[in-house]
Design a protein around this ligand. Structure first.
Ligand code: DLL
Length: 440
């Protein structure tokens, strides 16, 4: 595969030049927010921030953080900086509790957004020969429309199938010669498994799928390998990251080297902080990602705390791009389970499970409280249900999985092996954790 670069000027920019551009944009953003958003104006006054005080990029540290609660508290439009007549699109995030967060885009924002996504789609190998099914739910979620416009921008043929309806998805894939898919890793896996189940009637050779532009939920490299093997052939998947508060997809994504997710740094200024103290960490350290969207007009976001944990590498990539790369998301600060004092991320369990051939890559973590102690049950699905009747083998498998997970987490857990296909499948983001602590 050839290394396509959508916007060479920006993606291969020299660092000093990039930093000059970022500083210029930051300064004008601070001025813009001060003049147009009451919320920021008040915060700047309290913290003594003004555009004149931003003389170097490190002066960003004077600006207070923005959080999801700030958006919720100002629901629905309190942080918008332009009148509604200038907004051309609204999206909202799928918050499970309280008010959702509403995000607004001007036409300029939509143009920037589609360019950001186009760069990442191109980095993943998409071009005008790509026929791509978008299996994200169309609607208030930013994933589908974000990738839709970005992929059209690279000249791909977009098939907006939306999420669910697996039978139809597979039929279109075969009949349209679809060679790329946009989905969450878990749905991409489910589609591959469903295709294999129907292989007698529709052999796998009928699928032309080569590229997966995956994202919107965490997954380990082991999970990716598992997905690639299930599709077979030369199926190749990249990881793509973003969040609705910062446009949606398009913030960062992998190139063909798959050695970190390239950040569109001319638009997104990233920092990594200690989530407990708020202290900014040295480059390369692991912590919570904080992002300033340098070019957003409708809903400017300054130092937004993503709650996502990663680290950033500033070395140029072998692909030729000079933009910094973030490590695959390790977990979320609010998705991190604290079990008897030990931090546990679902991705750690996932990496221990994949590679065990007797089980499927579908799993669930169930957390309960017993007395004062929390317990973790890892539920895993067997591929062959008849194993449930062979007690000796079942027990040996359970022990093997238990030891693999314990070696990574360092705490005691229980492993439950369950019937094939009994763990819920998701067409959007998978829900891996069932927290029953409040019910115990
Ligand atoms: O999920 C935007 C998106 C759509 C990104 C499609 C990529 C592809 P939200 O629904 O606001 O936006 O959810 C954002 O999802 O803070 C992360 O915790 C998680 N997330 C998104 N992408 C990844 C990823 C979209 N590649 C939240 N790896 C973020 C891990 C991800 N987590």
């Amino acid at each position: 595969m050839e290394n396509h670069i959508f916007n060479r000027e920006m993606e291969c920019i020299r660092r000093p030049e990039l930093e000059r551009l970022q500083l210029e944009r930051l300064r004008s953003l601070v001025d813009y927010c001060d003049r147009n958003v009451e919320f920021y104006h008040k915060r700047f006054q309290a913290a003594g921030v003004s555009a004149d005080r931003i003389k170097a990029l490190s002066d960003i540290h004077h600006i207070p953080y923005t959080t999801k609660d700030d958006l919720r508290d100002n629901y629905p439009f309190g942080l918008f900086s332009v009148p509604m007549k200038e907004m051309v699109r609204l999206h909202a995030s799928s918050g499970t509790t309280g008010n959702p967060t509403v995000v607004g885009y001007t036409q300029e924002d939509l143009d920037n957004w589609s360019e950001q996504v186009a760069r990442l789609a191109c980095a993943a190998g998409a071009d005008e020969n790509t026929v791509v099914q978008i299996c994200f739910g169309y609607g208030m979620f930013t994933g589908a429309l974000g990738l839709h416009y970005g992929l059209e921008r690279v000249g791909a043929t977009v098939v907006p199938t939306s999420s669910g309806n697996t039978e139809k998805q597979l039929k279109f894939m075969r009949d349209f010669g679809t060679n790329a898919i946009v989905a969450t890793p878990s749905y991409c896996l489910y589609l591959a498994e469903s295709a294999r189940e129907r292989a007698e009637e529709f052999p796998m050779e009928q699928y032309r799928l080569k590229l997966g532009i995956l994202g919107s939920e965490g997954s380990t490299p082991e999970m990716r390998t598992s997905i690639e093997q299930r599709w077979g052939g030369d199926f190749f998947a990249t990881d793509n990251y973003g969040l609705s508060e910062l446009n949606g997809p398009g913030m960062s994504g992998e190139c063909l080297m798959r050695d970190g997710l390239h950040i569109n740094e001319d638009h997104f200024l990233c920092e990594v902080i200690d989530s407990a103290t708020g202290e900014v960490l040295e480059p390369g350290s692991t912590g919570e990602l904080v992002v300033t969207n340098l070019t957003k007009r409708g809903l400017p976001m300054l130092r937004y705390r993503t709650k996502d944990i990663t680290n950033i590498c500033y070395e140029p990539c072998a692909c030729g791009r000079t933009t910094a790369r973030m490590h695959k998301i390790i977990g979320r600060t609010d998705d991190m389970l604290k079990i008897r004092g030990v931090n546990v991320f679902p991705t750690q369990v996932e990496s221990a499970l994949i590679g065990v051939t007797e089980i499927s890559p579908h799993y669930q973590l169930v957390v309960r409280r017993q007395g004062y102690a929390d317990t973790l049950e890892v539920r895993v699905e067997l591929i062959d249900g008849s194993l449930l009747d062979r007690y000796g083998e079942l027990e040996a498998l359970q022990r093997r999985i238990h030891d693999r997970i314990k070696a990574i987490l360092g705490i005691e857990i229980t492993v439950s092996l369950v019937e094939p296909k009994s763990i819920e499948r998701f067409t959007g983001k998978a829900k891996r954790v069932v927290d029953l602590r409040s019910e115990c």
